[in-house]
Design a protein around this ligand. Structure first.
Ligand code: GLU
Length: 319
């Protein structure tokens, strides 16, 4: 017994101790969308708790632009030592890769999946001055006014742009895509009346809907959201095959050491499942997940393939 212990100790001493102390300095979490948007909200809440669990601060750095792909390019190019990770989304890893021919990364090969933190529905809303007050009225109005109105979205080729393009194809309508660096500036202009319509991730739109600055018409998903129980889903209003889910998950550059990856995955998963943190996420209308690196890796591949099919079937191209 004693001999065995000694042998184990000797073996441990012989192994490279490089990651034994990980993390021994602050970690950077690249959030590829602006402050105040859903990716930023989720990232900051999760980073605070995961940092507490790891005993090191996780510093959020917003690197925005090109539907999140600028921040994700920076993440892919970082040193794979666990000290720089990024918050991937359905836009950066599901939709944009099929629409940006010069994208500098492959969503699967160039990253180490760590943990998908949260999923969220999307919501279609209008400025209260817009003539349509229900989804049915919206569809009638858009069909009668092809190309007249614009819709704000969090980035060309991102999930909110594509989700709307897809819906317009279903209803046979035409609108102009007005893209921003993220949800926060897109919302400012919709609430301000610059653009009349917005298709957005739920958490960022929720406060504006609650304060009556936006009129909600429909949410994606199979069920209504407990935060806005009066807002019907697209499915219950007749659009059964139309569904668009957003998600936010931590990834690192490819080739991260497994022990470092697992330590981060464990901390982030525990963070989003912590009752107080989970409650904060749920208050935004999002659903905490915190899955494993293997599960998240599978999800990224599935999402990439799913959006490829949607984009090809509907022959979606960036305007
Ligand atoms: N809609 C973006 C996405 O799901 C996030 C926008 C934002 O965080 O501002 O990829």
């Amino acid at each position: 017994m004693i001999r065995k212990t000694c042998a184990a100790l000797a073996l441990a001493a012989a192994l490279p101790a490089a990651h034994a102390a990980f993390p021994d300095r602050p970690i950077t979490l690249i959030v590829p969308f602006p402050a105040g948007g859903p990716t930023d909200i989720v990232g900051r809440v999760a980073a605070a708790k995961a940092g507490e669990i790891l005993g090191q601060q996780i510093v959020v750095e917003n690197r925005t632009g090109a539907s999140g792909t600028i921040g994700m390019t920076a993440t892919a190019r970082a040193k794979p030592d666990g000290y720089t990770v990024g918050l991937a989304t359905v836009s950066t890893h599901g939709t944009a890769p099929h629409l940006f021919p010069n994208l500098a990364y492959d969503p699967v090969k160039d990253f180490t999946p760590i943990s998908n933190l949260v999923t969220s529905p999307n919501i279609l809303s209008v400025n209260p001055n817009f003539p349509a007050k229900t989804l049915a009225e919206f569809v009638t109005h858009v069909r009668a006014n092809p190309g007249k109105d614009g819709y704000a979205n969090a980035g060309a080729g991102g999930v909110n742009d594509l989700g709307m393009i897809w819906f317009l194809q279903i209803i046979g309508g035409k609108m102009n895509s007005i893209s921003y660096r993220g949800s926060a500036p897109a919302l400012t202009d919709t609430v301000g009346g610059v653009v009349p319509v917005i298709f957005d991730n739920f958490p960022s739109s929720l406060p504006y809907v609650k304060s009556n600055h936006l009129k909600p018409l429909a949410i994606t998903g199979t069920a209504r959201n407990p935060r806005l129980p009066d807002v019907p889903t697209f499915a219950e209003q007749g659009y059964k095959d139309y569904d668009v889910t957003a998600w936010y998950g931590v990834v690192g550059p490819a080739n991260m050491p497994a022990d470092v990856r697992d330590k981060l995955a464990d901390a982030f998963a525990r963070a989003v499942r912590d009752p107080a943190t989970a409650a904060k996420m749920e208050e935004t209308g999002a659903f905490p997940l915190g899955n494993t690196p293997a599960q998240f890796g599978e999800q990224i591949s599935t999402e990439r393939d799913r959006w490829k099919t949607v984009i090809e079937r509907a022959q979606i191209k960036l305007q």
